[in-house]
Design a protein around this ligand. Structure first.
Ligand SMILES: CC(C)(COP(=O)(O)OP(=O)(O)OC[C@H]1O[C@@H](n2cnc3c(N)ncnc32)[C@H](O)[C@@H]1OP(=O)(O)O)[C@@H](O)C(=O)NCCC(=O)NCCS
Length: 229
């Protein structure tokens, strides 16, 4: 797991952006707000650098293909490496999960107060998850809400079929202190055995979760450092 700062100095950003493909440059140009554009460029450029280092090619030689639901994976010669990855960003931070030979999904969110959290939870979480959430003391609920959200999103991103998986068709743990776990996957037979969930600690004010195929004993976490730091 790589933690990546996405608000980079303009000179570094401009140097890094040279590795983006034509379609990534075009996508960057379509962002309405500069902050979203520069964070996208930083995230893509660093993701390319990280993947290139693992498969021993140049960052600009990394070719992505996209599933029907938009999940990126490696294309071309690099695909033979069996390297799988997933990316998430929030509030100026990115997380790149990189694994060999197993599907993976990662989600990062900024922890903030949610005004209508019970309405949102009712819409997005399963009945079992809502029951646990509402039974918690009020001060723990915001954190538990984001814990649930990131665990669900990490699973969805690992499977890669987007929101075609009904959000109430699986249950995750969310109570403070409960180890990250998929409790039930009603849409995928044996899903709770196929996938393992992991709580991440991305930093103060952030919540993160990782879903990876088969048990992962240890999640190694690294910080990406800008080249001239
Ligand atoms: C698009 C989606 C993958 C996540 O988007 P998000 O949370 O806004 O953004 P994140 O930063 O976590 O993830 C975006 C990255 O995921 C990857 N991604 C895109 N589509 C993906 C898919 N179908 N599966 C897995 N990964 C995907 C890409 O690398 C993307 O990075 P990029 O934008 O730089 O290309 C998707 O799950 C979604 O639309 N979720 C909606 C949110 C929601 O309702 N969640 C309910 C949780 S209870």
């Amino acid at each position: 797991m790589w933690r990546v700062p996405l608000d980079l100095p303009p000179q570094l950003l401009s140097a890094l952006s040279a590795v983006l493909s034509v379609d990534e440059q075009a996508r960057a140009a379509r962002f309405r707000f500069d902050v979203h554009r520069t964070r996208f460029i930083a995230g893509r450029a660093v993701l390319r650098q990280l993947l290139a280092r693992y498969v021993k090619i140049c960052p600009e030689e990394v070719v992505f293909r996209y599933s029907e639901h938009g999940k990126p994976s490696l294309e071309g010669g690099a695909a033979e490496s069996e390297l799988r990855f997933n990316f998430s960003n929030a509030g100026g931070m990115g997380l790149a999960a990189i694994v060999l030979g197993r599907e993976v999904g990662v989600d990062l969110e900024e922890l903030k107060a949610v005004s209508d959290f019970s309405g949102i939870a009712e819409r997005f979480f399963s009945p079992a998850e809502n029951e646990v959430l509402l039974a918690l003391p009020a001060p723990s609920r915001d954190a538990a809400f984001f814990t649930c959200w990131t665990r669900k999103e990490a699973y969805i991103k690992a499977v890669g079929e987007g929101l075609s998986i009904p959000l109430d068709s699986f249950d995750v743990t969310l109570a403070p202190g409960d180890p990250a776990r998929l409790l039930a996957t009603r849409g995928e037979t044996g899903g709770e055995v196929r996938w393992s969930l992991h709580e991440l600690h991305p930093g103060p004010g952030f919540v993160g979760a990782l879903a990876v195929e088969a048990p992962a004993r240890e999640v190694l976490c690294f910080d990406w450092e800008p080249p001239d730091a």
